[in-house]
Design a protein around this ligand. Structure first.
Ligand SMILES: [Zn+2]
Length: 346
């Protein structure tokens, strides 16, 4: 029943079940699709179903389904199965490190410990550099028997042709909005307007929509927007509050970056909404208290000024993605906002 965790990809699950029945499973797959839609979860469930040791009689006929009870299933759940590995690019590295790839390929060539073959997932294949791709190619050309490699990436154009040509490509699409809406409801997001906002912000990805649903994020958004639209703009104070909020997200710089970018995403969305109003006076959003904030901002800034600030936010987002120190980026950003909003208002 574990496939139920992988919602919205039933067609792909059925295709794999057919391939298993016909004995046509490939040795290498490339999973392609936007991030946050469950490709990695799908790979884990697939590995679990393939490595499950329950007798065929105990499993549903014609379904590629894990029993969730046998030692192999329990090991996959615990992340300790000796024949299954997910290799993830470390968050601080911009490329998939060659040392990690060598280690993965070396382990893959060893004999299967539980005797059902080995499965390796490479996440994220978008970030393979030439060195790690070449190392991986050798494994891809001579895979050990009963083994499977699964690469996960966001687009085929981001992969090397030498790799794509040796893999069977499986495409994943974002699940229908109704499914994401249901997940958000399950997470306790009761306000339909908020869910609609999250659907838009997540761009179809349930993972991203759920990550942005965190109430603390929306509390901080209110603080930030009130600071930007209030009578007195205090860029230094606002930057300090933002940095504190970002630091609450965890100890590592990667947590700070993620949260800073989540806030930026909400801010960019708000400025876009304000721009829509200013240009064609269409009441967009109208999402409760946002209306008052949008009115306040539109009364204060021209569409050109909003556009400039939007560009500035996108630039800040890019800098944080490129590992410029988060605190510095936020301070500079809110300092630049002062040029449009003015340090104090009469
Ligand atoms: Zn099992």
């Amino acid at each position: 029943v574990s496939w139920q965790r992988v919602q919205g990809h039933e067609a792909q699950a059925a295709a794999f079940a057919r391939a298993v029945r016909r004995g046509r499973l490939a040795h290498a797959y490339l999973f392609i699709g936007p991030s946050g839609i469950g490709k990695r979860l799908f790979a884990v469930e697939l590995a679990k179903a393939l490595l499950c040791e329950a007798a065929a009689a105990d499993r549903p006929p014609d379904a590629l389904e894990a029993c969730d009870q046998c030692p192999a299933c329990k090991q996959i759940d615990a992340g300790t199965h000796p024949d299954f590995r997910i290799a993830v690019r470390p968050p601080e590295a911009s490329e998939f490190p060659i040392e990690l790839m060598r280690d993965v390929c070396h382990g893959f060539a060893l004999k299967s410990a539980r005797g059902r073959g080995k499965i390796v997932v490479i996440d994220d294949a978008d970030d393979l550099n030439e060195e790690s791709a070449n190392c991986f190619l050798k494994t891809l050309e001579e895979p050990p028997p009963r083994s499977m490699l699964i690469l996960i990436g966001t687009g085929t154009e981001r992969q090397r042709a030498t790799i794509t040509s040796r893999c069977q490509v499986v495409r994943f699409r974002p699940p229908p909005p109704s499914l994401v809406d249901g997940l958000l409801q399950e997470q306790g997001v009761e306000d339909p307007a908020r869910r609609e906002q999250l659907l838009r912000l997540g761009g179809g990805s349930p993972g991203q929509a759920l990550a942005l649903a965190e109430p603390a994020l929306w509390d901080f958004r209110r603080t930030l927007l009130q600071g930007l639209t209030g009578r007195r703009y205090d860029g230094v104070g606002l930057a300090k509050t933002w940095i504190e909020f970002v630091q609450d997200a965890g100890k590592e710089a990667v947590h700070h970056r993620r949260r800073a970018r989540q806030v930026l995403r909400l801010l960019i969305d708000f400025l876009n909404a304000a721009l829509g109003r200013g240009v064609d006076a269409v009441v967009r959003g109208g999402e409760g208290e946002d209306k008052a904030l949008l009115d306040a901002l539109a009364a204060r800034l021209s569409p050109d000024q909003i556009l400039t600030l939007l560009d500035r936010c996108l630039e800040a987002d890019f800098q944080i993605e490129r590992n410029v120190q988060t605190g510095l980026v936020l301070e500079a950003l809110l300092d630049d906002f002062a040029a449009s909003l003015g340090p104090t208002r009469p």
